[in-house]
Design a protein around this ligand. Structure first.
Ligand code: GTP
Ligand code: MG
Length: 219
């Protein structure tokens, strides 16, 4: 699948002011600085659609981008960024946990993991939370241009080992680099498959929780 038309729709400070849930959406999450916004630019072949920065904590709102007038990409703030005030951290934490649990048209959450690192506890906790809440997700390893294939294979094997402790079936995993475009076709094909299934499974309003943020569990 090629994206022909990618446009920024809106930045929201919470679930309540997200755009109407009308299209399937794919959100990108992961630790601050892991490369979420860069990956979105790589997938859409644009330089500046999502704002990137070498300093962590660039994305602080929920950003919707409409693809070909039929599905959304959503850039989320990173988790685990210590250098913001406690109040801000709590606000962002609430924003993220409400969004992922209550957004009715969330078709898949892509969790980005730095491919250079062995499994980190904060990411494992987050993945465990998604499992408990039955949120559909896939994993994307980022920045693979920065390490050798051998090192990545070792990190991937470690991830598979720790995930197998929790999961009978491993989630979908993608290897990526926003520098080289690695993973682009695979990720877009996966989205295309889910898009096709999305409408054939009935009205998602009937299947998923409403956008009511009242009953949301904490991470
Ligand atoms: P926050 O919005 O702060 O949570 O960060 P983010 O996850 O959106 O990260 P962002 O895309 O802003 O990238 C962070 C830094 O990593 C930037 O300096 C990017 O240029 C760099 N970066 C991201 N992806 C890649 C990649 O695949 N390869 C390389 N070499 N650098 C990358
Ligand atoms: Mg970002």
């Amino acid at each position: 699948m090629e994206i022909k038309n990618a446009v920024f729709t809106v930045s929201s400070s919470g679930l309540h002011d997200c755009p109407e849930a009308k299209w399937p959406e794919y959100a990108f999450i992961g630790r601050s600085n892991v490369g979420k916004s860069s990956l979105i630019n790589m997938l859409t072949r644009s330089k500046n659609l999502a704002k990137t920065s070498s300093k962590p904590g660039k994305t602080l709102l929920i950003n919707h981008f409409l693809m070909d007038e039929s599905w959304y990409i959503v850039d989320l703030p990173g988790y685990g960024f210590a250098k913001v005030s406690l109040q801000m951290r709590e606000k962002m934490h609430r924003m993220i946990t409400q969004y992922i649990q209550k957004r009715s048209h969330l078709a898949c959450l892509f969790v980005l993991l730095d491919g250079r690192l062995t499994p980190q506890q904060i990411d494992r906790d987050f993945i465990q939370f998604l499992g408990e809440k039955e949120i559909p997700f896939a994993l994307i390893f980022t920045k693979l241009d920065k390490i050798s294939a051998l090192k990545y294979q070792q990190n991937l094997a470690d991830w598979k080992r720790v995930l197998s402790e929790q999961w009978e079936e491993l989630p979908r995993m993608f290897a990526s680099s926003s520098e080289t475009g690695k993973g682009r076709e695979e990720i877009l094909s996966y989205i295309e498959e889910i898009n096709a299934a999305f409408w054939s499974e009935g009205d998602p309003e009937d299947l998923s929780p409403s956008n009511d943020a009242a009953e949301v569990d904490d991470l």
